[in-house]
Write a protein that binds this ligand. Structure first.
Ligand code: DON
Length: 554
C-alpha cells in the first residue's frame, strides 16, 4: 500500500518538476511584452510568415516597450528559412558622417558622458529601413498590415503594465532632462500607474506616415526633416544626408557546430556570434559538463571560458566593413585547444594575466529580443535596441519616439571602459559611417537539418554569455527550454575581473568559487531571454520569468 502511494505521488508530481514552456503545434511568438506578442500571433494567424510577424512585433514594441523597442535605434535579424537557407540583416546604427575618433573626449582627454545622454549620443537609426528590407524581400503580407498593429497601439493606447510603470518611473532622471520625453513618457511628472492607458498621438502620426510612405518617410520625408532640424538645433550630428544614406547590410550568418548541433549565429559587427562559437569550441570535449549544472566546477569552467573570449573581444573586434576582424584566428581549432589547455580547473586565472586593462565603469541594461517560428517552419530571431534604457533620452518634438545612444558602443577612448565596463580596442574606434561593435547575439540551433532552438536576449555584454548558458542548459544538461531560461546565470567579461552571479546558486557553491580565486559579485538579474524549442512535434515557447515576457502560439 505504502509503495502504491509513493508511485501515485511520483506520477502526480513528475510533471511539475520542470517549469513548463508554452506549447503550440504550429507557430510561436515570444517577446518581452504581451501586446507585441499578440500582434505577432495575429499576423501569423492572418497568413503572414515569421518575417511579417517579426516586423509587426518590431513596430509594436516601439510603442509598448519604449525603453528598448524602437524606430529610433537599430539591431539584427537572423532568419532561418524552412528550406534550410539563412540570412542576417544588419540594421545596426551607423556613426554620422560628422563623427570623429575623439568626439567624446574633453580637453584633458577624458571620456565625457555625451556618448550616453543627449543628442550627440545618437547614431543613424536603422530599424525602419531594416524592417522594410525584411518585409519587402522576405515577407508576404502588405506593408500596411505589419505596421498597422503598432499604429493602433499608439493611437488607441494600451494598459500600462506593472513593469512599464516601474521602468518609466525609474528613468525619470534620464527622461526628465528632455522636455518632450518628460511630457510624453513621464506625463509631465504625473507618472503613469499600472492599469492606466498610455496613448501616443505623435508616435501614431509618425507610424501612420511610415505605413503610408514606407521607410522613405523616415529617411527622406517629413520624419527625416523634423529629426535632422532638431538635431541641428541641439548640436546633434545626424543630418538629412546621413539619414538618406543609411543602408541595411545583409550578411552571411556565422555558422559552427556543437556536439552534433549546427549553430547559426550573428557575424560581426556582432561580437556575440564569434563569442558563442569560440566558447562552445572550448567547452566541447572538455568534459566540463560532467560536474553537473550549477556545480562550482562547471561554473568555474564556464567563467574561465567567458573570461578568455572577452579578452579576445577587446583586442580585435569591430565593424567588418572598416576593420579586419580575425575571425579565422579566433575560431581556429588549434587556438581553441590552446585556450582550453590554459584553463586551470582549480584556480581562476587573474584577468591581468590574460591582457592588460583598466578598471570598469558602471553597468546598466536595456535592449530587447524576440523569437518567432511560423507554421511553415521559418524561424526569426531579432535583437534590437536603443542601447541604454530609453536611449539617449531625447524625443524629437512632433515625432514621438526616442533616439538611441548607440555611439557609446564604440570605444570612445580605445583601452578604456565604455558604459558597460567593456574595454575595447582600436578596431572599435569611432569613424564616420562605421557601425559600433555589438554584443547582440540572435542565434538559431538545428540538428540534422531540423530546427531545434531559436533564442536571444538583451543585456549588453551579458547577452553573449546568457545565450551560451541557455544553449548549454538545453544541449549539455537536457533541460527543457523553460528550465534552461529560468536557470540562474553567471557572467564574466574579462574586465572587470569579477564573476557576476544571479541569485539562486547555493552559498556552498559560491564559497567554492571564491576559494578558486573568483571575485564574486551578486546581482538581481541578467538578461531577458526569449527562446523557442522545437521538440517532439511541439513548439515550446519560453519567456523569461525575470520580466514580463509572453509566449503565445497556436
Ligand atoms: O549592441 C550592444 O551590444 C548593446 N547596445 C546592447 C545593449 C543592451 O543589451 C542593453 N540591454 N539590456
Amino acid at each position: 500500500m505504502r509503495r502504491l502511494v509513493w508511485v501515485w505521488w511520483l506520477a502526480l508530481a513528475l510533471p511539475v518538476w520542470a517549469a513548463q514552456p508554452v506549447h503550440a503545434r504550429h507557430a510561436m511568438v515570444v517577446t518581452v511584452e504581451q501586446n507585441a506578442t499578440d500582434a505577432g500571433v495575429a499576423v501569423l494567424e492572418a497568413g503572414g510568415n515569421a518575417v511579417d510577424a517579426a516586423v509587426a512585433v518590431g513596430f509594436a514594441l516601439a510603442v509598448t516597450h519604449p525603453s528598448a523597442g524602437n524606430i529610433g535605434g537599430g539591431g539584427f535579424m537572423l532568419v532561418r528559412f524552412a528550406d534550410g537557407r539563412s540570412t542576417f540583416l544588419d540594421f545596426r546604427e551607423r556613426a554620422p558622417e560628422k563623427a570623429s575618433r575623439n568626439m567624446y573626449l574633453d580637453a584633458s582627454g577624458k571620456a565625457t558622458n555625451e556618448s550616453v545622454t543627449g543628442y550627440r549620443a545618437a547614431g543613424v537609426p536603422g530599424s525602419v529601413r531594416g524592417f522594410e528590407h525584411a518585409s519587402k524581400k522576405y515577407g508576404r503580407k502588405p506593408w500596411a498590415d505589419v505596421v498597422g498593429p503598432a499604429v493602433a497601439l499608439a493611437e488607441k493606447g494600451f494598459p500600462v503594465s506593472y513593469g512599464l510603470a516601474k521602468s518609466l518611473g525609474g528613468s525619470a532622471g534620464r527622461l526628465g532632462q528632455f522636455p518632450e520625453s518628460k511630457r510624453i513618457f513621464l506625463r509631465d511628472g504625473k507618472l503613469y500607474e499600472a492599469g492606466e492607458t498610455f496613448m501616443q498621438p505623435e508616435m501614431a502620426r509618425t507610424l501612420r506616415r511610415i505605413r503610408e510612405q514606407g521607410a522613405r518617410d523616415f529617411y527622406e520625408g517629413e520624419t527625416a526633416r523634423l529629426l535632422a532640424a532638431d538635431m541641428e538645433r541641439h548640436g546633434g550630428l545626424v543630418t538629412l544626408a546621413d539619414l538618406k544614406d543609411y543602408a541595411v547590410v545583409e550578411r552571411t550568418p556565422l555558422t559552427g557546430t556543437y556536439r552534433g548541433n549546427d549553430i547559426i549565429t550573428s557575424p560581426p559587427p556582432s561580437s556575440g556570434g564569434p563569442g558563442i562559437l569560440q566558447m562552445l569550441g572550448v567547452l566541447e570535449g572538455s568534459g566540463y559538463e560532467k560536474a553537473g549544472a550549477g556545480s562550482a566546477a562547471e561554473l568555474h569552467y564556464l567563467a574561465e571560458t567567458m573570461r578568455r573570449y572577452f579578452a579576445d573581444r577587446a583586442a580585435s573586434m569591430g565593424d567588418p566593413d572598416f576593420v579586419k576582424v580575425p575571425l579565422a584566428a579566433l575560431l581556429d581549432p588549434a587556438y581553441i585547444a590552446q585556450l582550453r589547455k590554459s584553463i586551470d580547473p582549480e584556480h581562476a586565472t587573474p584577468s591581468s594575466q590574460l591582457h592588460a586593462g583598466k578598471p570598469p565603469g558602471p553597468e546598466s541594461s536595456e535592449t530587447t529580443h524576440y523569437s518567432i517560428i511560423d507554421a511553415d517552419g521559418n524561424a526569426v530571431a531579432v535583437t534590437y535596441t536603443l542601447n541604454f534604457g530609453y536611449g539617449d533620452g531625447v524625443t524629437v518634438p512632433g515625432l514621438g519616439f526616442l533616439l538611441n545612444d548607440e555611439m557609446d558602443d564604440f570605444a570612445a577612448k580605445p583601452g578604456e571602459p565604455n558604459g558597460f565596463g567593456l574595454v575595447q580596442g582600436e578596431a572599435n574606434a569611432i569613424q564616420p559611417r562605421k557601425r559600433p561593435l555589438s554584443s547582440m547575439t540572435p542565434t538559431i540551433v538545428t540538428r540534422g537539418g531540423k530546427l531545434e532552438l531559436v533564442l536571444g536576449t538583451p543585456g549588453g555584454p551579458t547577452i553573449i554569455n546568457s545565450v551560451l548558458e541557455v544553449l548549454v542548459n538545453v544541449v549539455d544538461f537536457g533541460m527543457n527550454v523553460q528550465d534552461a531560461v529560468d536557470y540562474p546565470r553567471i557572467h564574466h567579461q574579462w574586465l572587470p575581473d569579477q564573476l557576476v552571479m544571479e541569485r539562486g546558486f547555493s552559498p556552498d557553491t559560491i564559497a567554492l568559487l571564491k576559494a578558486r580565486g573568483h571575485q564574486v559579485r551578486m546581482v538581481g538579474g541578467m538578461g531577458e531571454v526569449a527562446a523557442i524549442q522545437a521538440r517532439d512535434g511541439w513548439l515550446e515557447g519560453a519567456a523569461d520569468p525575470r520580466t514580463e515576457g509572453t509566449a503565445k502560439g497556436y
